[in-house]
Write a protein that binds this ligand. Structure first.
Ligand code: FE2
Ligand code: FE2
Length: 390
């Protein structure tokens, strides 16, 4: 490793601090691999997370390949995959043995009893010369993942160097195990949100999938607007609660299979304020965003919406995004008072409302991710994979 001895402890502590500050799992995984490449001077690294008897491939970075190969090709070649933990793969053996597996000469990897797939190397014109596979251990010593680094500088396989690599990995493991716990908590929270949001919807069985679908559509639109991952995540988690105020709307109005009278519509409109009342004053970022969405998701860009008749950018951005997703999903779904609209007709309608009902910027983003959105409706069986919700 190309670091002066005296600097090493300080460097390790700094990496530990840097990693422990990152709470977003996806960003943390990338940071870990980046830092480990910098620290060891290796050409590349990858990271796997262990779940049950499976290793899930999470991150791949390689500074040589990133210079040489286009990002698109690289993406295509690195297929995200998971595999069963077996002693014949290097990462699998690393988990089973719970120790570092160091292979200074990859030409001899088979002699050590491992199977190694060289197809990716061949495809990309790359040669993996040396490899270090390091187990990441949680607080109880349980293995939570594997860090692999390739093509290390000369001397990296000396005893002292391996000790440093292990120290670096244990810093990464602490941060990772915290982030995984937080992620689990977040998933539990998301599950609770969906279940509670269904309370309002339960009365209206035909919209059973509406909240999940519209929250995914909101997420896709938000990501097309190039908003940061935290914002996208907040929209995904908060949007299911948009109609929570409907719990207080009588069934005779909510389920009426015909057009509402003016008076009934006035009552229906109160679901925005009731929802806001339920969510008001909460401390967590998700519920704060959920409050804005519940209150303002029926506002219109041209100022003709309700409950406050806000105009343009007076309407919070989260509500402007959700408005498009909510209307889109409502139109393509069957409701007690209407048949589903065809996808194309719905798209045309959304576009026609650009600058009227909807924020033009949000409509542009909707168009950008339209293919992704309609895939949700064409493959209903795949709608709620964990990946979509991640
Ligand atoms: Fe609503
Ligand atoms: Fe809705």
């Amino acid at each position: 490793m190309h670091i002066k001895k005296g600097d090493i402890v300080e460097k390790l502590v700094n990496i530990g601090i840097l990693l422990s500050q990152e709470k977003n799992l996806r960003k943390l995984l990338n940071k870990i691999v980046e830092e480990v490449i910098n620290f060891t001077g290796a050409e590349g690294g990858s990271l796997y997370i262990k779940k049950g008897n499976t290793l899930h491939f999470m991150v791949f970075k390689n500074r040589i390949l990133e210079e040489r190969v286009s990002p698109d090709l690289l993406k295509k070649r690195i297929k995200k995959s998971s595999f069963e933990i077996k002693g014949t793969s290097i990462a699998g053996a690393c988990v089973k043995r719970g120790e570092i597996i160091a292979i200074p000469d990859m030409d001899r990897v088979e002699e050590l009893g491992f199977k190694y797939d060289r197809r990716m190397d061949k495809d990309l014109g790359y040669k993996t010369k040396s490899l270090l596979s390091i187990p990441l251990k949680g607080p109880q010593g349980e293995i939570i993942g594997v860090l692999q680094i390739v093509n290390l500088p000369e001397g990296s396989f000396e005893k002292e160097e391996l000790r440093l690599a292990r120290a670096m990995a244990s810093q990464a493991a602490i941060a990772l195990s915290n982030a995984l716990l937080l992620d689990e908590l977040k998933n539990a929270q998301l599950d609770t949100i969906y279940r509670l949001s269904r309370v309002a919807e339960f009365k209206d069985r035909e919209t059973g999938d509406h909240i999940r679908r519209m929250s995914l559509v909101s997420k896709y639109i938000a990501s097309a607007m190039k908003n940061d991952p935290d914002f996208i995540e907040l929209i995904l988690y908060a949007s299911p609660m948009h109609d929570i105020g409907k719990v207080a709307i009588p069934d005779s109005i909510l389920l009426k299979p015909a057009r509402l009278t003016k008076q009934e519509f006035e009552i229906m409109k109160t679901h925005t304020k009731i929802g806001a009342e339920i969510l008001k004053g909460a401390e967590t970022p998700i519920l704060k965003v959920a409050y804005k969405i519940a209150l303002y998701h029926h506002e219109k860009y041209n100022g003709t919406g309700y409950p406050e008749g806000l105009k343009g950018y007076e309407i919070p951005i989260e509500a402007r995004v959700v408005a498009v997703a909510d209307v889109f999903d409502a139109l393509v779904s069957k409701r007690p008072y209407k048949e589903p609209w065809p996808l194309e007709k719905t798209k045309e309608f959304i576009v026609s409302q650009k600058g009227q009902h909807f924020d033009p910027v949000v409509v542009e983003a909707f168009i950008k991710v339209y293919d992704k959105i309609i895939s949700l409706y064409q493959k209903p069986g795949t709608l709620y994979s964990n990946q979509d919700l991640a």
